[in-house]
Design a protein around this ligand. Structure first.
Ligand code: ADP
Length: 491
């Protein structure tokens, strides 16, 4: 297939979609260029699939599912194939990391970390496949009642460009472990690692038709998948705007969906926080992947009594940050594309017009290709809660510093955005840490930590505009399954 030997220095490698176990072009015959964000140059092409290709993929998934080629395997057998895939990804880690970095612009170290997370997802879900079960229920005398946990059937997945390998693996790991068939629509801006891992899945023994990948535009292929009456469940990770359309389509077909839609996650620094531990984490939580991370810690709430000290120390850290091409492996790479770079610049411009002080700014490495999509990491503060810097997901390396007086105000500010994905609480006062953790409205709360290395085991998802449903951990196995209740009269 097209990818096995993709050399990341090759010119315009022609990649294929994957339908019914075969590499294929889209029915339009058109190809889309894949641009490297580091230099703005195309280095590969992907098929521009259409609604017809989505139809073929859903039919293939349905037939494979109905033929029981996957679900009829024992859970342990499915698990073994996923573990085999985990091993194959590990064997190909260098190549996959190079593909991921070139495709997304992320520094190589981040590319390797992402592939390590993919290895871990298939290891976790391979091991979990035979450890999830139903229950027996107390019921009237003479009856036995039980629940069976069954796959949905055909699951559709629309995933974004910021962590293609990771997000693909968290969805595919859990959905396949439960016995579903899948049709995945990765982002047109970055999908090469997804195609490669899907190919490895077939090498690992996945039956054909169980995992299909259709490439192309969101409003064409993604929308066709979301609206397709042949899917039984859909999962989406991306912007709230598109998430709304996905949920509306799911409603029309009366199917369930999970949405993971980003955040404006706060890290709360109380005056008794261990700043030596907190500040490097605060910095990393916003510069990781150039801030293009749903769970980015994009607001830091700082108690007034330590505000000056925190600002001073963060100023030094931000000034030292350098952006550059993915293969130079600096603090951050470029943003994904020109549109994203313009969007981030517009937020900073608005902040300037609102006279929000720019505390510090990093630099761009010398000799960085001019056509790349670079931005410097920026630290703004004090940022008023009414400004877009405090309210909107920027998806860039821009951190808003916001002062607060006391615990009550910290909680109010933390909850005062439309989002609720992740929060961090930094304090040496254990009771306060727990009080705040319980009152912050978000899907995850870290205490004296943030991020925890990807957290494959940890249920992840949001409240409010951050979405609903949970990915990761055992919770994802529940999302990708339905309960059937069976009642037996044994007289
Ligand atoms: P971002 O703004 O970060 O690119 P999007 O929500 O636009 O986030 O994209 C996330 C995923 O959703 C991508 O795979 C994209 O192609 C897809 N997508 C975009 N528009 C639509 C749509 N109208 N219907 C379905 N999927 C879409």
């Amino acid at each position: 297939m097209a990818f096995k030997t993709l050399d990341t220095n090759e010119q315009l490698a022609a990649c294929k979609a994957l339908i019914n176990g075969a590499a294929c072009d889209g029915s339009s015959g058109e190809m889309l260029e894949v641009v490297c964000p580091s230099d703005g140059k195309p280095f590969a092409t992907i098929p521009r699939c259409t609604g017809a290709d989505v139809g073929r993929a859903v039919t293939a998934a349905r037939q494979a599912y109905e033929a029981q080629s996957w679900a009829k395997l024992t859970a342990a057998e499915r698990g073994r194939i996923l573990l085999g895939l985990s091993n194959l990804i590990a064997e190909n880690q260098d190549n996959l990391a190079a593909i991921e970095s070139r495709d997304t612009g992320k520094p190589l170290t981040q590319g390797r970390a992402d592939v390590a997370a993919a290895i871990r997802y298939f290891e976790f879900y391979g091991g979990a496949a035979d450890k999830i079960s139903g229950e027996t229920l107390p019921v009237a005398d003479g009856y036995l009642a039980m629940t069976l946990r069954e796959p949905h059937g055909v699951v559709g997945a629309v995933i974004p460009w910021n962590y293609p390998t990771q997000i693909f693996s968290r969805v595919a790991g859990a959905a396949l472990a439960m016995g579903n068939a899948l049709v995945i629509k990765p982002a047109e801006h970055a999908c090469l690692s997804v195609l490669r891992v899907a190919e490895l899945a077939h090498e690992a023994g996945l039956p054909k038709g169980i995992l299909n990948v259709v490439t192309g535009f969101g409003d064409e292929v993604g929308a066709a998948l979301a609206h397709h009456p042949g899917i039984d469940f859909i999962t989406f990770t991306g912007s709230p705007q598109v998430g709304t359309t996905i949920q509306a389509a799911a409603a029309r077909n009366h199917i369930g969906c999970t949405l993971e839609l980003g955040g404006k996650s706060p890290q709360i620094l109380f005056e008794d926080a261990d700043l030596d531990k907190a500040l490097p984490t605060v910095r990393n939580a916003i510069i990781q992947n150039g801030g293009q991370t749903c769970s980015a810690g994009s607001r830091v709430l700082v108690q007034e009594t330590i505000y000056e000290e925190v600002v001073e120390r963060l100023r030094n850290k931000f000034r030292a940050l350098v952006a550059g091409p993915h293969d130079q492996d600096l603090d951050i790479g470029p943003l994904i594309n020109a549109a994203q770079a313009r969007r981030v610049a517009a937020f900073c411009e608005r902040a300037k017009n609102e006279r929000i002080p720019l505390i510090a700014e990093g630099t761009i490495a010398p000799d960085t290709p001019e056509a790349g999509f670079y931005t410097t990491p920026k630290l703004f503060g004090p940022v008023p809660m009414t400004s877009s810097l405090a309210q909107e997901e920027i998806f860039g390396p821009v951190l808003a510093v916001i002062p607060f007086k006391d615990e009550e105000e910290a909680i109010r500010i933390a909850n005062d955005t439309p989002y609720g994905l992740v929060a961090g609480v930094w304090t040496r006062d254990g009771a306060r840490a727990i009080r705040v953790a319980r009152r912050v409205r978000s899907g995850q709360v870290f205490i004296n930590a943030y991020g925890a290395g990807g957290g494959v085991e940890l249920p992840f998802g949001g409240v409010k505009k951050s979405g609903h449903g949970r990915e990761k951990g055992f919770e994802a196995l529940r999302e990708f399954s339905v309960l059937k209740t069976v009642i037996i009269n044994h007289g």
